[in-house]
Every structure is written in C-alpha cells, then in structure tokens.
Design a protein around this ligand. Structure first.
Ligand SMILES: [Zn+2]
Length: 246
C-alpha cells in the first residue's frame, strides 16, 4: 500500500470557488523531478488546459510556439523581423523559421512545458539535439469524439458574454443561431470548422512521435484524455510520479 499513499499525500485539489488547482498543503512535495516536459496531443484534446494546470502545480512555465515567436518579434532580432513579416500578414511563419526560433530559445531554458512543438519527427530529432527531455506527456482521445467536441462548438459573438455552446447540449440555440444567454449571434471559429482536416494532419505528421518517443527509455506517458479536466490532470500527475518511484 505504500506507493499509493505517496500519491494521495500529494494529491492536487481543486477549490470550487476559485477553480484554481493547488496542492493540499504547502509542505506537500510532489515527487516529480521532470522539469523539461513535452505535451503532445491532437487538437481539441485539452492540451492548453492541462499545460496551465501543470504549470501552476509544478511551477514550470508553459512555452508555446506562439509565445516564443512573439518574444523574438518583440526583441527585434533578425529572426524576429522575419517572423513578424508573416505574422503581420496573418500568415503562419514557415516551419524552418519557427524551428530556428524555438530551438534557440529552448537551449537557454532549464525548465519548460512545451506546447505545440515538436509537430513532426524531424522537429523532435532537432529538439533532442538541443535539450534533454525528461517526460513526454501524450494526451489521447478518439478522433471522432474530438471532431464532435470541437466541430460542435459555437461561440457567442458578444465579447462580454462569449458563452461557448455545444451542438449536443444547446441544439435549440444553435439552430436559431442565437446565444442562449444574451441572444447574441453565434458563430464557429475558423479553426474549429477545420477540425477534421487538422486531425488528419495530426495523424499523418505528429502521431508518429508516439513511436519515436516510446523508443526512448521511459519518458513517454500515454494519458487517456476523456473525462473531466481534473481527472485527466490526476492521471498526468500519477504518470509523472510513477517514473520517479522506479
Ligand atoms: Zn451571449
């Protein structure tokens, strides 16, 4: 029973009031040494939410490709100027440029939760040459469920309201095209409309990373991402702790 008690002691709790995840006591120490973590998972799986929770509990910053690009642009470096040119037009910066920026900035970081990189095996190889990785957390959910979840998401256009509607729960409001709370117009994000396409890209380009990381001793953790965000989070914490117990 001993291994279980160590997990219970360090069990993260969610305060209903603030909805902020914290650890039960300041003295509680999570037995997690992983400081350089890669988060993988298909669009709509809840990576952003889990990255934020992990960051809060472990005290490790989330590094997303977007953050790194914006920093480089703000710093006015040569690479930043190039990236800014695309971003100002509303385009994606080319892959090789993104890679250069991400890898250069990661080299100097001792702890991070990486979200949105690597996207393919080539990038993963380059990442491995740049910095050691302690853990790869891959969130997994059935694609059809993700497609339903994201493709069925309708947003109130009223900025203050911004209520998210769900195709299955809010069928009526969606067929009327009006927000159930304020009557505001409902629309879908361009990104969400393309969910099927994005999932195919993920399957073809990013999913091979599962094998890639499974071949590296013990760093890969496959986490079922169904159920509430808190449940998923506990699974991640448990998986990261197990590594330390060995
Ligand atoms: Zn509304």
């Amino acid at each position: 029973m001993a291994p279980r008690s160590s997990f219970l002691r360090a069990r993260p709790v969610v305060s209903a009031k603030s909805r902020v995840v914290g650890v039960r006591s300041r003295r509680t120490k999570l037995a997690i040494d992983a400081k350089r973590i890669v988060l993988l998972g298909p669009p709509g799986v809840g990576k952003g939410t889990q990255a934020a929770l992990l960051s809060k509990v472990l005290g490790i910053p989330v590094i997303s490709t977007g953050n790194l690009l914006r920093k480089e642009v703000a710093d006015g470096t040569e690479l930043g100027k190039k990236a800014g040119y695309y971003m100002n037009k509303g385009d994606m910066a080319p892959d090789d440029l993104v890679e250069k920026i991400v890898l250069r900035q990661l080299k100097e970081k001792k702890k991070f939760i990486l979200d949105g990189f690597p996207r393919n095996t080539r990038q993963a190889k380059k990442l491995g040459k740049t910095t050691p990785i302690d853990a790869v957390v891959e969130l997994q959910a059935p694609y059809d469920e993700l497609e339903r979840r994201v493709g069925g998401r309708w947003l109130c256009s009223d900025k203050k309201c911004a209520t998210i509607h769900n195709a299955e729960l809010d069928e009526k409001a969606i067929s009327k095209g009006a927000c159930k709370k304020c009557g505001g117009e409902l629309s879908q994000r361009e990104d969400d409309k393309k969910i099927a396409e994005r999932l195919v890209t993920y399957e073809n380009e990013t999913k091979p990373l599962t094998k890639f990381y499974q071949n590296i001793d013990r760093i890969h953790k496959l986490i079922p991402a169904t159920g509430s965000p808190n449940k998923v989070f506990l699974r991640i914490i448990m998986a990261l702790q197990k590594k330390q117990a060995r």
